[in-house]
Design a protein around this ligand. Structure first.
Ligand SMILES: [Zn+2]
Length: 127
């Protein structure tokens, strides 16, 4: 009875250990494979409204159609972030600055998405 219990526990431990191991491998792989971003693309409601190199600092403000709502996007030291916005949830402003290929900052209320891309995908960077 007790030995069967022990075996069950040992299997649980093995299962958990292998899950933890797989998770660690996944994290290491994504850290290893992630690429520095070269530029960012800003879309509003699915349409591209800006494409900027991350190598030059700049700040751009996108206004809503009502001319009041806005998102301010800042590129600084190779990172891009939303530094100010009029949206109610401010999730975009609270998001950390992004710099790696595939990372995004999203402002759902304004339909604004900032995506970082590596250099391979962008032969035509508009600066
Ligand atoms: Zn927002």
């Amino acid at each position: 009875m007790t030995s069967r219990l022990h075996r069950a526990r040992r299997n649980d431990i093995l299962l958990i250990a292998s899950l933890v191991f797989l998770a660690l491998v996944g994290i290491l792989l994504s850290l290893f494979l992630r690429r520095d971003g070269a530029y960012c693309v800003i879309t509003k409601n699915g349409e591209e409204v800006g494409r900027f190199s991350l190598s030059a600092d700049r700040e751009i403000t996108y206004y809503e159609e009502d001319g009041v709502g806005f998102n301010t996007v800042r590129i600084e030291n190779g990172r891009v972030s939303v530094t100010a916005a009029s949206c109610p949830d401010k999730i975009c402003v609270r998001s950390r600055a992004i710099r790696y290929h595939g990372e995004t900052v999203v402002c759902l209320p304004h339909g604004l998405v900032v995506t970082v891309y590596g250099d391979e995908e962008g032969p035509d960077i508009i600066v």
